[in-house]
Design a protein. Structure first.
Length: 738
């Protein structure tokens, strides 16, 4: 019989009996420890019947309405329950012929023991110094209130009894495996132990900033900044960019691109990351400097800017602080128009050279260079300018410097004078500046021009520069490099020294008495003599050419001066000697007249005028031979090397004419002719004219008388002697040694 049927029977009996007796008692079922228990726990069922008339009952237990009695005890214990023990339990009591009602059903639920879940916030991988919270969550219907126990690693020691445990500033010592377990607050039941959760603590990540294509870029290029953060704990970052320490870059991207950079984009860049889905932040990266500049071609000259015909010179173009791979172009600059004329291209490399092996007058000018490269494409502006001066072997004018040295003290007087061979006026001192400006002496601070003399009453360092003599027609001659220095200076010659000469260099300091110091002397950076008042080169040779300077241990170092050495053989060839002219066979006395005319022409050129002699001899009037065409080209012949003309300090110049007659390919001397030409002043004839013009006498102010003398010898043809007597004033040399 099922429980429902039993209840009907009992109710029927109870209703019949209730008419004659008191109300029947109803038992109460109690389940301990709880109606919801965990597998393996012990459960006690108790049936309590409260009745005044009966003190002792016999009990019957039913499960899920079954009529089968599984126990007759008031209390029934289920040991180590399982899910099969779960169900609805009822009981009733019996005493003799009396019985109670059936109790209400009480449900016993049996489930798996709950297993806590541990969570770590903000993450299992955190950074040193961050705040970390451990939380233990137990989900169970049977228990609403738990006490918690926390364990680290495999330890049985409990370090916390709270559901949440917080580390306010974690360190690496807090890292490890954490578990928790719950116990019923009002009972003895326990949860299982949670799975272990690992907390990792590491140094806060530090980003790395990279700049592509390079940290030093050119104006106009595109630059990309990249912020890389390496961290196991965070996979997604937002980025913040800073320039020069301030939050001035509006970008939250990992890569930030600067298009067409300018110098304003240059600076120190840093970045920082913040977790995309969280509050954690990285450290700030180290600063990386972006440099933006316009690469500049720099032009220099070796060995020096002022040259004599035939000297070698090299222009050197460099792009400093940048990679190789440049192509260099060379230009001459028209100063007045500012126009650049392309010369040629040089080879690729970190520096380019443009070399002139033998300088000529035509190489005088202002030079510049420019560099360009292909990857990335870039072309520099034109470089600084360099002035090259090329003077003739014997220029017509000299720049005389007083005191006679290239280096001078500040706050001292300085004089520069232009002197030509005839002491004529018309020359002025000029200067060329590094920025391409031509300046007169009078335009310089504390400078004044009187005639052909430039005077500085008190020198300053800005007076340093290249000075030269310039004529009214624009001829430029004899450049000299002048250095004005406030400290130690080197006393060195203004003009080149000649091989075999005696050279003395001294180290001077204005504030000592005597002015020369005991110092160390250097040539091209190498020590040549130490702790001496002067260094002497008794016999100068070409090997002594170079840059010289001196250095005092306490007073300091002098600027460098270039000592130029002139070849002795070329100097001797420029000395004033009798001339020897070779001519072809068949020339008669008429050629002597041609020689005389050439002499007058050369003398006229030296004086800077174009007058003709006042009179000539009768022999000149008769020279109508066919060789006259050759005499018209005589100057070209002389300049080409077939003839050489020299001035002489003697009163007479002799010309020897070799007349060779060739017979069957054999040349033999057949005739020697000597001419004596006497030049006499026409001062009286031109006195009024010269007084009017107020000009000094010159070579063309003389005429000549030609006296022919004949000397015959055995086996020879006619021999004629000619002597030229000079009565014009002695000329000054333009450059020492010329």
């Amino acid at each position: 019989m099922e429980l429902s049927q039993l209840h009907l029977v009992l109710l029927l009996i109870s209703s019949i009996h209730s008419a004659h007796t008191e109300e029947r008692p109803k038992p109460t079922v109690i389940i301990k420890p709880a109606q919801h228990v965990f597998r393996g726990e012990t459960v006690t069922l108790r049936c309590d019947i409260y009745s005044e008339g009966v003190t002792s009952w016999s009990y019957s237990w039913y499960k899920d309405g079954s009529f089968s009695v599984f126990s007759d005890q008031q209390g029934h214990t289920l040991w180590s329950v399982t899910e099969s023990d779960a169900g609805k339990y009822t009981c009733y009591g019996l005493k003799g012929s009396r019985w109670s009602e059936v109790s209400d059903a009480v449900t016993l639920r049996v489930s798996e023991r709950p297993k806590p879940t541990v969570t770590i916030k903000p993450a299992q991988h955190v950074f040193r110094g961050e705040t970390v919270t451990l939380r233990c969550d137990i989900y169970s219907k049977g228990v609403t209130s738990w006490s918690y126990s926390w364990y680290k690693e495999d330890s049985t020691s409990v370090f916390s009894y709270r559901q949440e445990h917080t580390f306010s500033s974690v360190t690496e010592s807090d890292a490890g495996k954490y578990t928790c377990r719950g116990s019923e607050t009002e009972g003895s039941r326990w949860s299982e132990k949670s799975d272990a959760v690992t907390l990792r603590v590491s140094e806060r990540p530090k980003p790395t900033v990279t700049i592509k294509p390079a940290q030093h870029v050119f104006r106009g290029e595109t630059v990309t900044l990249r912020c890389d953060i390496y961290s196991e704990g965070v996979t997604s970052w937002r980025y913040s960019w800073y320039k020069d320490g301030s939050f001035s870059v509006s970008s939250d991207k990992q890569e930030h691109t600067l298009w067409s950079v300018t110098e304003s984009d240059a600076g120190k860049y840093t970045c920082r990351g913040s977790e995309t889905e969280g509050s954690r932040r990285s450290q700030k990266s180290d600063a990386v400097t972006l440099r933006v500049s316009a690469p500049r071609a720099v032009l220099s000259v070796s060995p020096l800017n002022w040259l004599t015909e035939g000297d070698p010179v090299t222009l050197i173009c460099e792009v400093h602080s940048f990679s190789t791979g440049w192509t260099f172009s060379w230009f001459t600059l028209t100063v007045s128009a500012g126009h650049y004329d392309l010369l040629s291209d040089s080879s690729r490399g970190a520096g380019g050279n443009y070399t002139v092996s033998s300088a000529a007058l035509k190489h005088t000018g202002v030079y510049a260079c420019r560099a360009e490269r292909e990857k990335p494409v870039y072309k520099t502006q034109h470089s600084n300018t360099q002035l090259l001066w090329v003077s003739g072997v014997c220029p017509p004018v000299s720049l005389i410097v007083s005191p006679s040295r290239t280096q001078h003290f500040t706050s001292a007087s300085l004089s520069l004078s232009c002197e030509d061979q005839s002491n004529s006026t018309g020359w002025r001192v000029r200067r060329y500046t590094d920025d391409g400006r031509l300046e007169d002496c009078s335009s310089l601070r504390r400078g004044s021009q009187t005639g052909s003399t430039c005077t500085f009453s008190s020198t300053i360092t800005s007076h340093t520069g290249v000075y030269w003599c310039e004529s009214e027609s624009g001829e430029k001659h004899h450049p000299v490099n002048i250095t004005v220095h406030s400290g130690v200076i080197l006393e060195s010659p203004v003009h080149p020294v000649t091989e075999g000469d005696h050279l003395i260099l001294r180290c001077l300091y204005r504030h000592t008495t005597p002015a020369n110091l005991r110092a160390d002397f250097y040539k091209d950076g190498s020590l040549i003599q130490n702790q001496t008042t002067e260094t002497t080169i008794t016999t100068v040779s070409k090997s002594h050419e170079g840059f010289y300077y001196c250095k005092h241990p306490t007073r300091g170092e002098s600027p460098k001066s270039w000592i130029s050495v002139r070849d002795k053989t070329s100097t001797d060839s420029r000395s004033y000697k009798p001339m020897i002219i070779g001519v072809t066979a068949g020339l008669t006395v008429t050629f002597l007249i041609i020689v005389f005319l050439v002499l007058l022409w050369r003398c006229r050129n030296k004086g800077g005028r174009s007058q003709s002699p006042s009179s000539v001899s009768q022999q000149q009037n008769k020279s109508q031979t066919s060789e006259q065409n050759q005499s018209e080209a005589g100057d070209k012949t002389l300049l080409s090397g077939t003839a050489h003309i020299y001035d002489s300090t003697d009163a007479a110049i002799y010309a020897t004419v070799d007349n060779d007659i060739s017979t069957d390919g054999v040349s033999e001397l057949s005739e020697l002719t000597y001419a004596e030409i006497e030049l006499k002043s026409t001062k009286k004839q031109k006195k009024k004219k010269e007084n009017k013009e107020n000009k000094p006498e010159s070579c063309e102010s003389f005429y000549s008388e030609l006296t022919l003398q004949t000397d015959r010898g055995a086996g020879s043809s006619e021999v004629t002697y000619a002597q030229v007597k000079k009565k014009c004033p002695e000329e000054k040399r333009s450059v020492p040694g010329c």
